[in-house]
Design a protein around this ligand. Structure first.
Ligand SMILES: NC(=O)c1ccc[n+]([C@@H]2O[C@H](COP(=O)([O-])OP(=O)(O)OC[C@H]3O[C@@H](n4cnc5c(N)ncnc54)[C@H](O)[C@@H]3O)[C@@H](O)[C@H]2O)c1
Length: 369
């Protein structure tokens, strides 16, 4: 880019906006110049709080503002396709929250429009910018555990009395619980973990077997097995629901655990959304014959919110440097395909290749209430 600053507009000032926009407000080469939400009072409240000069009630007005270089899109997922297509057509660079879209076909249209317009489209994935997961990936890439042979990703949903959770607006739950969404928790939240299943080991999943259940309308406990491009690498993935289990968290009532086993050792990331366990955020075991040992990695920031601020900073830094930010549309499409492959494998009780997913898949019984 020829500019040395980015002028950013934000579309959608709902529940995730404060976490997401913070990284833009803090960036010394980004100016958040306009906010847009059709619930205009929300945009006005944040404009006052953040010192943003302009509020637009309508997307067309935001996109007609020629002073805006890039748009951050934080609207409900079923609107991502239309909002991203409009922003790219208006000549804006675009960052949009995960999941990229409700269908693979829509996501491919978005990718094609970015290529046609010559503008950047990136999908904001806070997990790739969460410092403990970044450190784990660096360790794996540097050969600290040898050749990866197994990856295990665990998610547990429980309860928290965090101020963040208590402050969420109820309307943010409506579109997640009806037919505006292709599925529940395995779509809305698990896309993060599907992204990690491929990003941590730099390999795509090529086969999925899965069994899922439903609890309390939205939650979808699941056990899945992944096969990778390298037949020596296997993945297991589970989601459990513990509605009467309380956990430490500054955000949602959930936490994660990641393990990558290699031929020579393993690495654990012991937390993410929450701070459930009294363990170091990252733990490395190296099974040297002469000196098998454990390295506890405590000198690392482990607040889940950092994934958002660092992801926003990464978008601005990439635009200014002219480099491609993550996640690319292509990577996000692979994430979406893996998500639908899990639903398809559970629906049909067969082994499913994610690369065959071209539309969307809804789990049996979804939104029949
Ligand atoms: N990375 C994460 O961990 C994470 C967490 C939560 C949400 N998200 C994603 O962020 C997105 C937003 O989620 P949310 O929970 O903030 O949703 P939300 O429903 O709380 O907020 C959406 C906002 O968009 C506004 N909006 C809707 N249609 C609009 C339109 N046509 N023009 C202008 N504004 C419009 C709504 O008024 C609302 O303020 C979703 O895609 C969600 O999956 C990501």
């Amino acid at each position: 880019m020829t500019t040395d600053r980015i002028r950013l507009g934000v579309l959608g000032l709902g529940n995730i906006a404060p976490l997401n926009v913070q990284g833009y407000l803090e960036h010394d080469r980004c100016d958040v110049v306009a906010l847009c939400d059709n619930q205009v009072e929300r945009a006005e409240m944040f404009a006052t709080q953040w010192g943003v000069p302009t509020v637009y009630p309508d997307l067309d007005d935001l996109l007609a503002d020629d002073s805006i270089d890039a748009v951050e899109i934080l609207t409900p997922t079923h609107l991502h396709h239309d909002h991203v297509m409009a922003a790219l057509a208006a000549g804006k660079h675009v960052s949009v929250q995960k999941p990229i879209a409700n269908t693979v076909a829509e996501a491919r249209e978005m990718e094609a429009e970015a290529a046609r317009s010559g503008k950047v489209l990136r999908i904001s994935e806070c997990y790739t910018h969460y410092p403990p997961l970044e450190r784990a990936k660096e360790l794996i890439r540097s050969g600290a555990i040898g050749k990866p042979s197994a990856i295990r990703i665990r998610t547990v949903v429980g309860q928290t009395d965090s101020a963040f959770q208590a402050g969420l607006q109820a309307d943010g739950y409506v579109w997640r619980l009806n037919k505006l969404s292709p599925g529940g928790h395995l779509f809305d939240d698990m896309v993060h973990k599907y992204a990690m299943a491929q990003w941590l080991v730099d390999q795509d999943v090529v086969s999925v077997q899965a069994v899922m259940r439903r609890r309390d309308l939205f939650f979808e406990p699941c056990a899945a097995v992944f096969e990778y491009e390298d037949p020596d690498l296997l993945g297991t993935f589970d989601v459990s629901y513990a509605p009467r289990m309380w956990m430490r968290s500054s955000y949602y009532g959930a936490d994660e655990f990641f393990e990558v086993q290699g031929d020579e050792g393993f690495v654990w990331v012991t937390r993410c959304t929450g701070e459930m366990m009294d363990l170091p955020p990252v733990l490395l075991y190296q099974g040297d014959q002469s000196d098998p040992h454990t390295v506890e990695i405590n000198d690392i920031e482990a607040d889940w919110g950092l994934g958002f601020t660092r992801s926003s900073a990464h978008f601005i830094d990439s635009l200014l440097a002219g480099t491609a930010p993550d996640l690319s549309a292509e990577d996000s499409i692979k994430v979406l395909q893996l998500c639908f492959a899990v639903y398809e494998a559970s629906n049909t009780q067969t082994r499913v290749d994610p690369r065959t997913m071209t539309g969307s898949v809804t789990p049996h019984g979804w939104a029949e209430w």
